[in-house]
Design a protein. Sequence first.
Lengths: 837, 167
Amino acid sequence: MTEVLEEKTTKLVNLTIDNLEITAPEGTLIVDAAKLAGIDIPVFCYHPKMEPVGMCRMCLVDVGMPMRDRDTGETIMEKGKPKIQFGRELQTGCTVSVSEGMVVVGYTEKVKKGRQDILEFLLSSHPLDCPICDKGGECPLQNLTIGYGSGESRFDLEEKQHLAKHVPLGDLIWLDRERCIQCARCTRFQDEIVDQPVIGFQNRGRKLQIVTFSEPGFDSYWSGNTSDICPVGALTTADFRFGARPWEMQASASVCNQCSVNCNITFNTRREAKSGGDLVIKRAMPRQNEEVNEVWLCDKGRFAYTSVKKDDRLTQPLIREGETLVETTWEKALDLVAEKAKEAGKEMVSLVGGRLSNEDYFNINQLTAHLGGKSLLNSEMAGGDLVSQVGLGTGSNIADMGQGDAILIVASDLEEEAPLFWLRVKQAAERGAEVIIANARETRADRFAKYKIRIAFGQETAVILSMAGAKEGIAVEFLADDAKVKAAAKVFSEANNAVIYYGSDGLGLSGSEELSKACAFLLSETKHTGRPNNGLVAVWNKANLQGAWDMGFRPSETLAADLKNAKFAYVVGNDPASKDILEKSLKDTDFVVVQDVRLSETAEIADVVLPAQVYTEREGTYTSAERRVQRFYPAVPAPEMTKPDYKITAKIAKRLDLSLEKIAASLVFLDLAEKVADYAELDYVRLAEVTEQWPIIGRDDLFYGGTSYQNTQGLGKQISPAIETETIKYEAFVPSVLSKKDEFLAVPVTTLYDRGSTMLSSEVLQPRIADPYVILNTADAEKLGVEAGVQISVKLNGKTANVTAKLDDSLAKGIVLVPRSMGIPISDPGSITIKAK
Amino acid sequence: MNALLEKHTKDIEDILKKYPEDQKRSAVMPLLYVAMRENGFVSKQDMYDIAEIIKVSATQVASIVGFYTLYHDKEGGKHRVQVCNDLPCALRGSGEYLEKLCENIGIKVGETTEDGLVSVESVMCLAGCDKAPMFQEQNPDGVFYHEDQTVESTLELIEQWRKQEAK
């Protein structure tokens, strides 16, 4: 049982807990050692992911140590055994570490009495409203009261405090002040784990309460986690409060498809009258995977499920009749699609989005190849091919990185682009890893980065090449001479292990491609490839872009022309027509087929629309940015007439004399594994394997790690980079010099809470969406006479929009940050005009 | 704009000078006193301003205000009478003293007199049990202890404050 912890330390000690002789690594806390041995010591304030504080006193145990002779220092023996001396007082098991010969007792009357007293105090003003409390059924206070509590209270009922019961701490989390037992798990999480102390304690003693003074309230992407680890029903989430009882719900394993981290989640579902007797998702909880998301989720991932609505789903194939789309049968729709595809032959293109499963991509690519068409990816980021060459080595786990290792973040606002990556890198920094950050502006990752290289937008590639010590004529000199760059380069090159996260901050497709090449080159030059915890991570802005690359899809610099010249466009899971330029091209495409779950803008101009299924309704796999292939499972039934994408594609293929698997995703995966070399060793059974994880959470115990779910349905498998040893050459460097004559340069950046369809269609997340905005340098704003928060008029790519002005001191002059999917379409850096109103 | 910093630029800069570059957050307590100087309490805006100056969250500043009885987040009287009502003081009659005092000046614990001169609060240990009943007076000039009090002596004191005010 101790293997999990053993790896990290060397010295083991022997001790006895409740008469069980166990071995545990030195320094382990008593509560953890007991947990490893299968003994539950009840806790409230202690959480295995946080520093112990010993606040609640629930984990009281009797601790004895072997007696030593004062003169000789020898252990005193009694009846052949060391004589044990117990302390006068009980001790908190969460603050005492184990040591050789220690004897811990948790079952005696003395201990029981101690715990009873603590519970009695905790309950002295607890409302005991379990029948209407969301935590009821998975509440440690409830469980422990059954275990240790007395049947009646000695406290005067009249003296009970009556406090506010519905306090919104922002839009996502509600606080019930009466239920709070002041364990500080939530405030410590916000401070210690995510470095955002936007909730805190106010006042003292019985008056102590949790408050937030941030604007908006509880302003953090991580707030949902505090509800998971709250040991009572004090913090509840806006989506789930008063929604269902834990015991009524089923659990189904899934993978979050909001970003490329691919956090493991569990959907809790219930059949209910309120939803017309349907099985519906009631909440999303973290599913433990210590190599991916541990026991955490960001709020967008947690609440994203609320954006899927029954009403706006496509449920029937549609076919164009003149100006309108009319419902038709699958047979008719598929026959027409196949006929047109055959006519187009080589002149067909498939255009896919970044959230399809590997099985979908595989089938679509097979069909496209069969016709001789182009497999295109609607994405503004490149480098997936290089990630498959020099991506993270097999067996990588950022949690293993620390002292002596280096992590380089370039062109990425990591928390906005992939929150969990940010968290994992932060933790690596706390373990001693040297974090190097090369960004054109300040981000939250700067707070833990040791080397902060402030570059200009457009210098991303140059800084990486400078670090690689690229030969003359390649790198831009002033960067290579910069002291900070030199120091960072040295640290990176000398690190035992090194990982690069490159993002898309300020980059379009071509910039991203150059940067990815430079990063691969740097890794290759410094020999940080082909080993665990070494390699390249592309911080994709969609869940399965790496999978799309692996299955053969590529973004195109000339997408508009590709679509325009195509006779047949097969658009799956993306909405190109939402961009003006692509909409124009699509109008010139002879025949457009859209396969999607909603009637998108592209669907509205399509010739045939095929209704697909949402990922919560079907099976499949995603490949994360760390190239971990993970399975997701169906949670709820799909609308009757819809089909999973891989099946629709297979049905079209069949009409074109190509046999593709359509029965089940697992079978498609077998074909895929045969044809895609990197996936050769995988199958659905292997992907469903689990191994013991630490800390132990989510089981039928006295609450320890929170209500996150234990992982029983698969940790996934990380696939190895295709070429583990080959060196990468960097040949062409075309510095993407940005035009200086523009008064203002607009650069695209990513914000987690954008105005994309997930955010806009979720009633829970909606209040957190900002109005469309751009960010200006403070000095520029002053010159323009623009103050923070005022409306300004911007003109970009021929389109004018009114947006809010935000200011950022860390920006270079002349730069305007334009968030993607925030009302103003932007794909590449470009000129922008700004007018004060 | 940071109103607090603008109003007390020199004082705040002097305070900040005492702390190392990476530990400016430790200046929170003296800065709170600066904020309290004006109106005897820390307004919500003051908390945001201080948070901005020392780069912590406003919630953290509010936590500190809430923790110490010497900081106030609500407007009170010019003289805050903070009566210790812990067990040893209570045994020496501070409970009765507090009750009677309030009755005499016509307010409840936690309230302020209409003229804004006095507010009465009940607080935890002030380390003056041997001279209880006692209270701590907080006024714009500082903090003062008044020990071995009777309702009469305190009323007399309040009368003096009133006279000073009238001058």
